[in-house]
Ligand binder design. Structure first.
Ligand SMILES: Nc1ncnc2c1ncn2[C@@H]1O[C@H](COP(=O)(O)OP(=O)(O)OP(=O)(O)O)[C@@H](O)[C@H]1O
Length: 469
């Protein structure tokens, strides 16, 4: 790949109107130009390097023909979004008064690269291309790649179906969830705060480098079922243009498998562990509860089985009883109970360790319906940077849903709904279900009346329950 930089002063723009043959002749023999190779431009020899792909994206975006083929390639299902320029295909543009002419040739052109330009002047132009111009091209090229790429939703496969010779740890489908922050029923100021936090994070590469911290951010989304935790994650992925890795911890056998899975995740991704409290026996508290309810015969049986295994297991078990509630305890306890379990400390070490080393931007999200069950070590600030509560539907949330589902912003029945929402705990999912048009002839009146009926019956039930209590 070559880039020819021609100087505006000597090669007026109008000349481009001339026949191609003639122009080429002029360029070659009479006009000062410099020829820069890919290596000089990017400092890289490897053709299929990141810089190479960024340049290809940039050029693809600048030629309709290439862009068309790029599209065709994507439609055909090719994995690569990048298409190399054809031999002799050219892209021209102007940068700081320098006419730049990209061309792709398999072989180095036979004609020599020479210029009649004074050496110092030539250096100045060459510097403009190899510094400012290429920086812009690489930056734009990377942004174009992000814009064009097909986003993916990954789920982890059980390790029995992993094969060494190919990447089979994750399966993916195209991620096409339509959720966005505008259609999310949540207090406006909270939505803005989450959006700003995400945007600040995604633009924070230099900041994270400066403060010496890995470029990652952890969110804990908590709230009752149907309050929009999954919807918010989809909205986050759409806002950032990230892939999603939906990590099902219950199928991960141990910490080492978890490590292998997480190492394969790519940059610009959101890793989700949903219902963290149910996915795995993570908290010291819960484990103690479990022990309390074990019958004495069950405990004896377990002890016998452990004695048969190793001496090490036995001593760990004894230590367990004396110890406090720290991470260490959690791991050793898990390991003695079963050697094929992901532990809390394992999970935390991987989050802190691997990602710190891998450099790319990553968001990790835990969701739970029971925040009170989670271990302090998991949710402390620094690990989970932001805790976001998604709650029952209030009037503000209802208005968003009414706009989404019925395309209305006001209605005489809104005040009735407001009154009912103030005394009833109902999830946005339930409100959405009542508001959804079930038949073509259903209008806003019908749907709002159905919601009112549903809210009244829910409120009556809650009243009865509290009387009984
Ligand atoms: N806050 C919300 N804004 C808009 N729609 C919502 C909201 N909450 C729920 N919904 C609607 O309800 C459906 C279910 O919500 P969602 O799966 O996001 O809830 P969740 O909190 O993740 O539930 P769970 O804890 O059961 O997984 C969504 O598909 C969406 O249509």
């Amino acid at each position: 790949m070559f880039i020819y930089a021609m100087f505006q002063q000597y090669f007026p723009y109008e000349l481009r109107g001339h026949a191609h043959k003639y122009t080429q002749k002029l360029v070659t023999y009479f006009y000062p130009y410099i020829q820069i190779t890919f290596h000089e431009l990017t400092g890289e020899k490897l053709k299929r390097s990141d810089a190479y792909f960024a340049i290809q994206n940039y050029l693809a975006d600048h030629t309709t023909a290439t862009a068309k083929r790029l599209k065709a390639d994507v439609v055909k299902g090719s994995k690569s979004l990048v298409l190399t320029m054809d031999d002799h295909e050219q892209v021209m543009e102007e940068f700081q008064g320098i006419k730049i002419w990209w061309s792709s040739n398999k072989n180095t052109p036979k004609r020599p690269s020479f210029s009649f330009y004074p050496k110092t002047e030539e250096r100045r132009y060459r510097d403009a291309i190899t510094k400012s111009y290429i920086d812009k091209v690489l930056k734009d090229g990377k942004a174009i790649a992000v814009r064009n790429r097909e986003r993916k939703l990954y789920t982890n496969n059980p390790s029995d179906s992993w094969y060494e010779y190919q990447s089979t740890k994750w399966s993916h489908v195209q991620f096409e969830h339509p959720a966005n922050f505008e259609t999310l029923a949540m207090a406006e100021n909270e939505k803005e705060a989450v959006k700003n936090d995400l945007i600040k994070f995604s633009k924070g590469k230099e900041y994270y480098t400066k403060i010496g911290k890995p470029w990652k951010r952890g969110y804990l989304l908590y709230g009752p079922p149907g309050t929009g935790k999954s919807t918010m994650i989809a909205a986050m992925a759409n806002l950032l243009d990230y892939d999603i890795y939906d990590l099902e911890l219950t199928t991960v056998k141990d910490n080492s498998e978890l490590r292998k899975l997480l190492i394969e995740t790519t940059s610009k991704s959101i890793i989700i562990i949903e219902d963290i409290d149910c996915s795995i026996d993570l908290t010291g508290q819960r484990r103690k509860e479990k022990k309390k309810y074990e019958s004495s015969s069950q405990r004896k049986k377990k002890k016998k089985a452990k004695k048969k295994t190793t001496k090490k297991g036995e001593s760990e078990e004894e230590k367990e009883g004396e110890d406090g509630n720290g991470d260490e305890e959690v791991e050793s306890e898990d390991e003695t109970e079963s050697s094929s379990k992901v532990t809390l400390s394992g999970l935390l070490n991987i989050i802190d360790g691997i990602w710190s080393a891998s450099g790319g931007e990553r968001v990790i999200i835990f969701t739970t319906n029971h925040v009170e069950k989670l271990d302090e070590a998991l949710i402390r600030k620094g690990r989970m940077d932001k805790h976001i509560e998604l709650s029952y539907c209030d009037f503000e949330g209802f208005k968003v849903l009414a706009k989404n589902y019925l395309s209305i912003e006001t209605h005489p029945l809104f005040e009735v709904v407001r009154g009912l929402l103030e005394k009833t705990k109902v999830s946005p999912a339930d409100v959405a279900e009542s508001l959804m048009q079930k038949a073509v002839e259903e209008d806003a009146d019908i749907c709002l009346n159905r919601l009112i009926r549903d809210l009244e019956s829910k409120s009556a039930k809650e009243g009865e329950q509290s009387k009984e209590a």
